[in-house]
Design a protein around this ligand. Structure first.
Ligand SMILES: [Zn+2]
Length: 172
């Protein structure tokens, strides 16, 4: 079982990070996730504000085929006690946010866009990305528990409000 101390050690020592990630129980998302890699290389990522990303399989992306697992990347920005004060916050982003994107990719679940005849046409559009983000954030919020820190929870709630505002601005 990983602990808050393991997380804080991984914040301190770069070399522990991939091992820390590998030991996280991915729960139900394991079936949608091919790999989780720590991307530490170079100054670029060190100064990037990127936290984690989910990359779908190329067959899913280009041909719209369901059933492919995604690759998750974890950037140095996620090992930050201000961004993820607790180990559980880190897992919230990894499992419930990125894991939700991976599940969407796997099932090609486009939410509101599923009912549209030409879902491919809007894939990659701003609204498409915002709705995808909204689904991931809602999944994260649904899975918050008392071990999540208050500051993290309120930032995710703020992100949600910002996304909804942007969608309204776009006319949704
Ligand atoms: Zn996201």
């Amino acid at each position: 079982m990983l602990s808050q101390q393991d997380y804080e050690d991984a914040i301190k020592y770069n070399a522990l990070r991939q091992n820390f990630i590998d030991r996280i129980d991915r729960g139900g998302t394991a079936e949608f996730v091919f790999s989780v890699n720590y991307c530490s290389n170079g100054l670029f990522w060190r100064h990037s504000r990127k936290i984690m990303t989910t990359k779908s399989h190329w067959k899913e992306y280009y041909f719209g085929k369901p059933g492919y697992k995604s690759r998750l990347s974890v950037y140095p920005g996620s090992f930050n006690i201000n961004f993820h004060p607790s180990f559980v916050d880190f897992c919230s982003t990894l499992i419930f946010h990125e894991g939700s994107h991976a599940r969407d990719n796997f099932y090609r679940n486009f939410g509101v866009f599923n009912s549209r005849p030409h879902a491919m046409d809007i894939e990659g559009s701003v609204a498409f990305e915002l709705f995808s983000e909204l689904r991931a954030i809602d999944n994260q919020i649904r899975n918050f528990n008392c071990d999540n820190s208050e500051s993290f929870k309120s930032r995710v709630e703020r992100d949600r409000k910002r996304i909804v505002r942007e969608l309204v601005t776009l006319g949704w």
